[in-house]
Write a new protein. Structure first.
Length: 145
């Protein structure tokens, strides 16, 4: 397994262990993880701390030139909000662990020039299917339904 996807899965497991929604993300620049995060909407009572947003926050201030060399890894297809951040910062590539349980605006990202690689990783799928079946209300809240 790709070491960066594994790091994102590890983040998802941290979130799950702490009572949150098990989605993880890492930001990679020049082969190094510069930020990592997991969904913390429940833990921090946040309206915006999806895994990708937490990852961006934990990456600190970066230059536009840094983002243009970055790859974002996420265990789940990024939602509209997180996809917007990808576009805002000009991140050229997103590696998606899975998009079976949820699919964000992938076609729109592609139409804006973002390269997507969808892995359909079985561990990512299993983590989300298990969480969604046990916590449908929390999941629907997280995706705005």
């Amino acid at each position: 397994m790709d070491k960066f996807l594994k790091a994102a899965i590890d983040e998802a497991k941290i979130g799950m262990k702490n009572g949150g929604i098990p989605i993880g993300s890492v930001l990679v620049i020049d082969g190094e993880i510069v930020g990592r995060g997991h969904n913390q909407r429940i833990q921090k009572g946040s309206s915006v701390l999806h895994a990708e947003m937490d990852c961006f926050e934990n990456s600190g201030r970066l230059k536009a030139s840094d983002y243009r060399r970055a790859t974002l890894y996420s265990t789940l297809s990024p939602c509209d909000m997180c996809s917007g951040a990808v576009l805002l910062y000009g991140i050229p590539k997103v590696i998606i662990g899975e998009n079976k349980t949820f699919s964000g605006p992938e076609e729109y990202l592609k139409s804006r020039g973002v390269e997507l690689e969808i892995l359909n990783n079985s561990e990512c799928v299993q983590i989300m299917e298990s969480f969604i079946s046990k916590n449908p209300e929390l999941w629907n809240e997280d995706i705005g339904e």
